[in-house]
Design a protein around this ligand. Sequence first.
Ligand code: EPZ
Length: 414
Amino acid sequence: MADYRMCHSPRLSGEVWIGTAKNAVLPIMAAALLTGEECVIRRMPELTDVRHMEELLESCGAKTARQQDAAVIRAAAVQNPTADERMRSMRASVLVMGPLLARNGECVCSMPGGCAIGQRPIDLHLKGLQKLGARVEMEGGQIRVSGKLQGANIYLDFPSVGATENLVMAATLAKGMTRIENAAKEPEIADLCHFLTAMGARIAGIGTNNLMVEGVEMLHGAEYTPIPDRIEAGTLACAAAMTEGSVLLQNARSDHMRALMFKLAESGVIFQEDAKGLRLRGKAKRPMEVRTLSYPGFPTDMQAVLMTVTTQINGLSVFLETIFENRFMHVVELVRMGAHIRVEGQLALVQGGKPLTGATLQSTDLRAAAAMMLAGIAAQGETLLHDPADHLMRGYEGLERKLQLLGADVHKQA
Ligand code: EPZ
């Protein structure tokens, strides 16, 4: 349980390192269950969700260890996960389903829970696994998928990130060819596919909406360094865009951040890409219209944080959240700081330009907590952010430290 204290910080500038992407590392860790050989994942981020995934993999029979900044995972034999509470509390746990089914012919686990931002169903995961020949049984909050997997043609009604990841992993050991149409194509999925290819999987169409997976007998171990975190980079870019700062995001992959960069550039921020990463300077000063979409559209994970930026911009900014049903929980807290925001269903109207004043806030979910931290930096006076569920530590590796490095007055209170 952590609290954070923020005070008004008018200028952010300097250099900060972008760490490895949480949403790339989690599926890659699950993919290590597909082989009995050792997998080494380098530049591991220090995140609670990553530690929880290691616990979950161990409950599936894997051995995990750390060597400097790498995680070493070896699943010589696998079993159904015994970490029920973890299955329910962390959405990414569902990603062990495809690998266990493909490796062992079965996965029995707790139905993954929803969370604050939505019910988080897994119907698309299950429908796809059934197309691959799996039998799905549900009883008493438990779910059992079982059967020998045969290649199939799958069409995803929605380009679900998790469903795409689960199905690609399952298909790598299915008999024959699998085609996944309308697949999600977030950079983290391409990264997973590159890791699977390093393990000996045969995947074509990587980075597109149409993936072709030719099943193989077995996969071998691999070493891999996942991509940097585009959402961490975007969060720090938004913090800088609220000030007249000049910031270098070292190691950032600007090719993964085009939607956010264009939005901020339209608003007046100047970007420069160079060998060290992504530089930005100047302040966002024109209101924006934002519609969250699957990649390469504007990422839903950046919606809350960018909304904080627009509270500082004169004029009406409009956000349409099309991915999750309940992802405006940061609005109540921003309004308590003096922001003028009206929510109409999936639409949020931000009448920006009025200064925020410090307040005591309560975090509700990971990205909302980041939005509140940035609001505390922008606001006059002092803001205290209570984060009883440690949402921030689940998904950001020392966000307060990185903001401090850029000159923000933000401190963590244990
Ligand atoms: C991944 O979640 C990310 N998590 C999320 O990041 C991200 O917001 C999301 O993709 C969208 O980009 C990880 O990668 C660990 P989805 P995921 O399946 O896979 C509905 C963060 O802050 N849906 O693309 O759960 C679902 O309810 C987190 O880092 C179904 O209806 O996202 C949601 O409305 C939050 N049926 C929408 O699709 C299904 O079977 C997007 O879900 C699956 C999903």
